[in-house]
Design a protein around this ligand. Structure first.
Ligand code: SUG
Length: 448
């Protein structure tokens, strides 16, 4: 049976802004308080989805969330009408209003961890929504994420959904940003690779000194158990704490994998040789030939990687078996990174082509091409069971572009977040979106 990697991209929400909310994420901190352009952000994301679809890849779309999250503000003690809640939060606790307005759900690599049916005990595709509990503004995403994923992958015969892990730091889970799957064919059993930043219960593992390690070993292990993965099909590795302290807040800022290939920076992991040997051995047991491409620090520094987002690229398999790398334009702007990419594609290796995308609006908050997509490997039968409303087509691209043009502002600054009108605009837009994507009622304002 045919199988595919389907990329579901997060649609940027109408409140996209630069709140400076993510300590440890260099771009988020350095662009704090700049005014944003939500319309441009959403159109840049849609252009990437359209381009991948036009290249023949399977592409889907994941809806944004209701923001400002008035219910979250009510849980923090703000009361009255929705407009009063927003006004009071703006007056008394602006940082909480900013957090409740974040459009951060666009980075759907953090929405969930997904295990394809070929890896799981019950042969269903498993999803665990990420608790994202390292940052308040992201910790409020998972309930709606679960509703949206449930509406997209509704068939219980093929899809199993797990609630987010307990919302405490010991089980900090950032979803697929720290999870990669290696396989020969997407529909065959593979090896799932979980990268953690620290252990919550075992102090033999070193931890970063400056910035938080968002993913714990214990969270990754819990997800593997929930999904019914075999020990032989799982490899755990620790991210190098020194690179976390240099701004590598997720593994997908320093490594990316696809098929049988891991593309990574020399400083990405601890005990790299042991990890590579385990990946090689376990993939061989399911008939795969593991290959790795290490980018030496002499060619690209960790700082270059953090600024250019070289590794936050999408590594895609083409029909002829070669690979294509989708990179943000910041890679072209960095001389060393661009020179490295030229030498990589002309070296006769597997990665033959690089395509550059302008995702500046998202990049300024630390979200590159790979952050914007959630990969779901599906066989033909499973793909047919996905809600067809969320699969990208030329008409859907047209409808979504028109929808963005109609509802989105082209400028948003912190003071605009205090405008209760923004909530109404957002709800009106999302109500229409659920009809376009045929999602049914998934938002708090539609359910309650
Ligand atoms: O969690 N930025 C996101 C970026 C997530 C990138 N995702 C992956 N690497 N997979 C984060 O730090 C910034 C929001 C702000 O500052 O307004 C933010 O949440």
């Amino acid at each position: 049976m045919k199988s595919y990697e389907v990329n579901f991209d997060g649609l940027v929400g109408p409140t996209h802004n630069y709140g400076g909310l993510s300590y440890g994420n260099v771009a988020s901190q350095s662009n704090s308080q700049q005014s944003s352009n939500p319309k441009e952000a959403a159109l840049q994301g849609l252009a990437k989805m359209k381009a991948l679809m036009d290249m023949g890849f399977q592409q889907g779309v994941l809806a944004p969330q209701e923001r400002p999250d008035v219910a979250a503000l009510r849980r923090l003690g703000f009361s009255g009408t929705d407009a009063q809640v927003i006004e009071r939060a703006a007056k008394e606790a602006m940082p909480l209003l900013v957090a409740s307005c974040s459009a951060s759900s666009m980075w759907v690599a953090n929405a969930a961890t997904v295990s394809p049916s070929a890896d799981t005990a019950d042969s269903r595709v498993h999803f665990t929504a990420a608790n994202l509990n390292c940052k308040y503004h992201r910790s409020i995403e998972h309930p709606t994420t679960s509703h949206v994923l449930g509406a997209m992958f509704a068939n219980q015969q093929h899809f199993a959904h797990h609630a987010a892990l307990p919302a405490v730091a010991q089980f900090g889970d950032e979803g697929a940003a720290n999870h990669t799957r290696f396989c020969r064919e997407y529909g065959e059993a593979g090896v799932e690779f979980f990268v953690f930043g620290r252990s919550a219960f075992d102090n033999r593992f070193p931890a970063p000194q400056k910035y938080p390690a968002r993913q714990t070993l214990e969270a990754s292990q819990a997800v593997a158990r929930l999904h019914g993965l075999r020990d032989e099909g799982v490899v755990y590795a620790q991210q190098n704490p020194n690179v976390i302290d240099q701004g590598v807040f997720h593994n997908d800022v320093i490594a990316v994998g696809n098929g049988e290939v891991l593309f990574y920076h020399e400083d990405a992991f601890l005990e790299t040789d042991k990890m590579l040997a385990e990946l090689q051995g376990k993939l061989a047991k399911v008939g795969g030939n593991f290959q790795s491409v290490c980018v030496p620090r002499s060619a690209v520094t960790v700082d270059d990687a953090v600024r250019s987002y070289l590794f936050n690229s999408q590594l895609l398999s083409r029909a002829d078996g070669s690979m294509l790398l989708i990179v943000p334009q910041e890679c072209q702007a960095n001389e060393r990174v661009w020179a490295y990419l030229q030498s990589l594609t002309s070296s006769g290796g597997l990665i033959r082509e690089v395509k550059v995308f302008d995702l500046k609006q998202s990049m300024q908050n630390g979200g590159g091409p790979a952050c914007l997509r959630l990969r779901v490997a599906l066989n033909e039968t499973e793909l047919a069971a996905v809600n067809p409303g969320v699969i990208m087509t030329a008409p859907l691209y047209g409808s979504l572009t028109a929808w963005v043009e109609k509802h989105y502002r082209d400028r948003l600054s912190e003071t605009d977040l205090a405008d209760p009108q923004l909530l109404l605009e957002c709800r009106t837009a999302l109500d229409e979106l659920t009809q376009i994507l045929k999602l049914g009622a998934v938002y708090p304002f539609q359910i309650n």
